[in-house]
Design a binder for this molecule. Structure first.
Ligand SMILES: CC(C)(COP(=O)(O)OP(=O)(O)OC[C@H]1O[C@@H](n2cnc3c(N)ncnc32)[C@H](O)[C@@H]1OP(=O)(O)O)[C@@H](O)C(=O)NCCC(=O)NCCS
Length: 173
């Protein structure tokens, strides 16, 4: 994502997608984004120990989107991540999140495009996910053709013990 003309001021920095990170390298940037991205009211975010356990599983993959470092003093900044778990020819999108300052800029679209591309190349036939029923992230998923295939009552427990339903969405590749 480059403006392609170094003589002009940049509207946005270059971004890079990074896959194949070891759990110990992924946990820092993933938690950095997680803590900003999810409103605790809805109980969707994972804590450090849940995230660490999931990242340690061999079937879990993280795709990280970050700004490209411009110098030793300006290292890459985490922008967003997608976490998936693949079992045979089925993939679950466990989480996708973008830090608030990077929203509405195509970051989640970049992540999801890459998730789908990787899944296709690996022979995955279906991707599914759970999403809080009133989460505006539905706009992102519909853009990619995900459809609602199920409802889980009271799936999320929010910060005041309030329960929120989840929708199951899926796409066939
Ligand atoms: C959902 C989320 C990942 C979207 O990230 P993003 O980088 O802003 O998304 P994009 O810029 O790629 O937008 C993709 C499309 O969805 C739409 N969209 C994204 N967020 C939206 C919102 N809150 N309301 C309405 N539309 C929205 C965009 O307008 C865009 O559509 P367009 O291409 O027709 O303009 C981000 O808002 C987020 O991290 N939310 C909190 C975590 C979360 O709920 N994750 C999903 C469940 S795991």
């Amino acid at each position: 994502m480059s403006d392609g003309d170094s003589s002009q001021p940049r509207a946005t920095p270059d971004l890079q997608l990074i896959g194949g990170l070891a759990a110990e390298d992924a946990i820092g940037p993933v938690m950095h984004i997680m803590q900003q991205a999810f409103d605790p009211v809805y109980g969707e975010a994972w804590n450090h120990s849940q995230t660490r356990s999931m990242l340690a599983m061999p079937l879990t993959h993280v795709l990280l989107l970050e700004t490209v470092a411009t110098s030793a003093d300006a290292p890459g900044e985490p922008v967003g991540f997608a976490m998936t778990r693949r079992v045979a020819d089925e993939e679950e999108l466990l989480l996708i999140a973008v830090a608030p300052k990077w929203r509405q800029f195509g970051a989640a679209t970049m992540l999801l495009n890459q998730v789908i591309d990787n899944a296709r190349k690996a022979g995955v036939s279906r991707i599914h996910l759970e999403m809080r029923s009133n989460n505006p992230a539905v706009h992102l998923y519909s853009k990619f053709g995900f459809q609602t295939v199920g409802l889980r009552k009271d799936y999320y427990r929010g910060s005041d013990n309030h329960r929120f339903d989840a929708l199951t969405l899926a796409i066939h590749l």
